[in-house]
Write a protein that binds this ligand. Structure first.
Ligand code: C2E
Ligand code: CA
Ligand code: CA
Length: 796
């Protein structure tokens, strides 16, 4: 049976357990051998062949003893009984002696063969018997297997020295020469097996000597240490790597006791990273902590204890001040090494110098959070700063500063000059505010300032005033003579929001409100500003409202006071907003006026009102009048005259049936212009009414100048008619005067019978109000008018 080639686990351990040329265990070997021979003989059965040989020798001796006297007798000498007895005893003794000697020799030989065989079998080395000429006489079975040979015979006769690689052949030759010289020798060498596998061997060469002490052969015992050598090489390269790393990298490897009282190991990098010798750290394990900056120390300690108490890995970044005074950023990591019961035995980890990384981060951070034009903090930086302040729950004020009419400046000055102006604004803002003010540019002409030292309204108010003054002064000082003003919205943390979004939105709304309030002023966030933002939202929705027909007209009838017959209707606009529902004109008409959309919407109103009137006229309401409200803004150009003319022609409505209502305040805005428009409209044949009469500051003189056809006495008079005799007198006076001027009077806002009675008494021409009819959708009004649209025509 072929022996197994599995490498012996003992091989690694045994590799160095022999001494070159040592005879130290020879006496033990002799003891071992004598014990073995004694034991072997006890178990050896008697060999019958030796007994036969011995007996034959004995008989031979006896026969000789007996034949010799016989021959002597023939020759005349007769052996006596005595002689015969002596011959018998001598033969027996000789036979016994011979037998014992032969058996002994044989047993020794058998024992030696058996022992050698057993030792070879037990040996996990490659055993070889080498002749004096260096040729292999024999190799052990196991050895042949180790070097991938089919059988020991395959290698017999090969030159033993040729097995070894060039690099080792000298060592092999030296060792062999030593053995030939009678010494035990050893060496480590690499050879390739017959299959070409490289293997490392620890070889011992032992000379075999004859009785005369001459070396007759050499026994080689080669131990396969390939695994060990590989491991060693790997370990060596790892060690080299670690040493290289330690030499070049700013890194420390350490093992710390779980109570942080001692270091088990600190790598050489410690000197590089901490500027502390590793040995010093072993004696004073907290020496590195003494270098940590005071403000970073708590987080370092917390993390260390967290690793142990929670048995988790940890990481902390902190700064140290080294002995040379330099500040370095370090990152330490720690991993708990646990016992089988889970308790933390020690901490292993690294400490790394990340100063370079931190510097790069700081540079990137600076780039990412700086406004490139002004060098101020940018929007992202402001958000971050605000979030930090909110997290710290420290009250602060936020000023949202927006330059007024910057677009105009940009267009007139050009981009280069406008950029220069923006650069200077940052400095102006900083100069006007306390040193702790955090100034950021949000983009375009928008700036934001955080003020922590003053976080109450009164203080911020005077700061805002100072800032506005400084800004307008800076404009005058500017070489270009640019007049710069700004609108400022102010919000307060925590009053106006708990995060940057809410605070910025409220400050933005307040800024917008400040713009609406006339610019070059400031406003605090709050209800007032919130209402403005609602308007702002509506403003944005107007184009969509026009496009998707969200506007509609309701109509309110105007009656003859006695018969209550319907004289005309007033078109009143509504906005059916998809989210906010039906919005009354008082809310959105001012926005339309401000944004200029009123022209477009006004034209839509005119078209729809006249189209409706034309329809009603077709159904019999031939004399019905239609009043359409026109706002002050619509009077600024000639467009309204052209529009009215166009609409009248388009719907075929007689001009006299259309009355244009202009509020008293609208006329007062630019009386000369109003007069001209009125004259032009009148030349079309259209009637003119002065709306809300009595609410403005017009004098009665204007009645003559504008020469309106109708006066609409404001609701505020009507409401006081019953309770206030003076109002009644005023109303009576207006009616009297108007009649003299040929002007009809309509009393608005009639809500009760008594008011109607009084108006009848003072001979008011027409009445309008909820008491008579609320503004209604056309379909409802058709029932009031008793019109059957699409059926029979009816004449009022
Ligand atoms: P206005 O021209 O004075 O219109 C009369 C307003 O008084 C209407 O309000 C009407 O609903 C309300 N009213 C009528 N009778 C009574 C009453 O007995 N009691 C009370 N409390 N109120 C009464 P509305 O419809 O909200 O319109 C408000 C204002 O919006 C109008 O005042 C007018 O100035 C303006 N407006 C309405 N439609 C248009 C339009 O198409 N163009 C323009 N430029 N302005 C319009
Ligand atoms: Ca009106
Ligand atoms: Ca009115």
């Amino acid at each position: 049976m072929k022996p197994s080639c599995a490498p012996s686990s003992d091989s690694k351990r045994d590799a160095h357990n022999f001494a070159i040329g040592s005879d130290s265990f020879a006496p033990q070997n002799q003891l071992f051998l004598s014990y073995f021979f004694a034991w072997y003989r006890r178990h050896q059965s008697v060999d019958v062949r030796y007994a036969g040989v011995a007996m034959a020798a004995g008989f031979g001796t006896v026969a000789l003893c007996l034949l010799i006297p016989q021959w002597l007798r023939l020759t005349g000498c007769i052996p006596s009984v005595m002689e015969i007895t002596v011959a018998g005893i001598a033969g027996t003794l000789l036979a016994t002696l011979l037998y014992r000697t032969l058996a002994n020799e044989r047993a020794k030989q058998a024992a030696a063969t058996s022992l050698a065989g057993a030792l070879l079998d037990a040996n996990r080395e490659c055993m070889s018997l080498i002749g004096l000429d260096g040729r292999l006489l024999r190799m052990s079975e196991y050895g042949a297997c180790l070097i991938d040979a089919d059988s020991p015979a395959q290698l017999t006769g090969a030159q033993w020295l040729s097995f070894w690689n060039d690099a080792n052949s000298a060592a092999a030759a030296t060792a062999f020469a030593g053995a030939l010289a009678g010494h035990r020798t050893a060496f480590r060498g690499l050879s390739h097996t017959t299959a070409g596998r490289p293997k490392w061997w620890d070889s011992r060469l032992t000379p075999i000597k004859n009785n005369a002490g001459h070396v007759v052969a050499v026994v080689g015992a080669s131990h396969d240490v390939t695994n060990q050598a590989d491991l060693l090489a790997e370990l060596q390269s790892k060690n080299e790597l670690v040493s290289e790393m330690e030499a070049h990298m700013p890194l420390v490897f350490y093992t710390y006791s779980a109570d942080f009282k001692s270091f088990h190991y600190v790598s050489a990098g410690c000197s590089k990273v901490f500027g502390i010798d590793p040995h010093e750290l072993r004696h004073n394990p907290t020496a590195w902590l003494d270098l940590v900056l005071e403000e970073d120390l708590p987080s370092v300690r917390d993390e260390m204890h967290r690793i142990v108490s929670q048995s988790v890995e940890g990481r902390v970044e902190y700064r140290i001040r080294r002995a040379d005074g330099s500040i370095r950023w370090l990152r330490s990591t720690g991993y708990p090494v646990r016992a089988s019961d889970g308790t933390v035995l020690r901490i292993i980890g690294t400490a790394e110098d990340i100063t370079g990384e931190q510097e790069r981060i700081t540079t990137l951070d600076k780039l990412a959070f700086t406004d490139s034009l002004t060098g101020l903090a940018n929007r992202a930086a402001l958000f971050r700063e605000m979030e930090e302040r909110c997290a710290a729950r420290a009250p602060f004020g936020l000023m949202f500063v927006d330059l007024d009419r910057f677009k105009v400046l940009n267009d007139t000055l050009g981009h280069v000059a406008a950029d220069r102006l923006l650069k200077g604004i940052g400095a102006v803002i900083k100069a006007a505010l306390p040193p702790d003010a955090y100034v950021a540019r949000l983009g375009g002409d928008e700036f934001a300032v955080l003020i922590g030292s003053i976080a109450e309204k009164a203080g911020l108010e005077s700061l805002a005033q100072a800032l506005l003054a400084e800004l307008s002064r800076s404009g005058r000082n500017d070489g270009a003579g640019t007049f710069v003003t700004a609108s400022i919205g102010i919000s307060l943390y925590p009053e106006h929001g708990a995060n940057h979004e809410a605070l910025l939105t409220s400050a933005d709304v307040a800024m917008y409100a400040a713009k609406k309030a006339g610019r070059n002023c400031f406003m605090f966030a709050g209800k007032e500003a919130a209402e403005t933002i609602d308007d702002f939202a509506l403003e944005r929705d107007v184009p969509e409202a026009l496009a998707s027909n969200q506007f509609l007209l309701h109509y309110q009838t105007i009656h003859e006071p006695r018969t209550l017959s319907v004289h005309s209707t007033e078109a009143l606009i509504r906005w059916k907003h998809p989210r906010r529902g039906l919005i009354p004109p008082g809310v959105f008409v001012p926005i339309l006026e401000e944004t200029g959309f009123i022209a477009e919407v006004g034209s839509w109103v005119l078209d729809n009102a006249l189209s409706q009137l034309a329809q009603w006229r077709r159904h019999g309401a031939c004399n019905l009048g239609m009043s359409v409200n026109v706002s002050a803004r619509q009077l600024r150009g000639d467009g309204i005259v052209w529009e009215v003319d166009r609409a009248l022609k388009k719907f075929g409505v007689p001009p006299a049936q259309l009355e244009i209502e202009l509020t008293e305040t609208a006329l007062m805005e630019n009386p000369d212009r109003a007069q001209k428009v009125i004259a032009a409209l009148k030349s079309l044949g259209v009637r003119i009414a002065i709306d809300d009469f009595g609410t403005g500051y017009s004098t009665l003189k204007y009645l003559a100048d504008f020469a309106p056809d109708t006066l609409k006495i404001d609701r505020s008079f009507t409401s006081k008619l019953v309770s206030d005799p003076a109002t009644q007198s005023i109303v009576e006076g207006i009616i009297g005067l108007s009649r003299k001027l040929g002007i009809k009077v309509v009393a608005e806002g009639v809500e009760e019978q008594q008011q109607l009675d009084i108006l009848r008494g003072v001979k008011c021409d027409f009445v309008q109000g909820f008491f008579l009819c609320r503004p209604q959708a056309p379909a409802h009004l058709e029932r009031v008018l008793d019109l059957r649209v699409g059926e029979a025509a009816f004449s009022i």
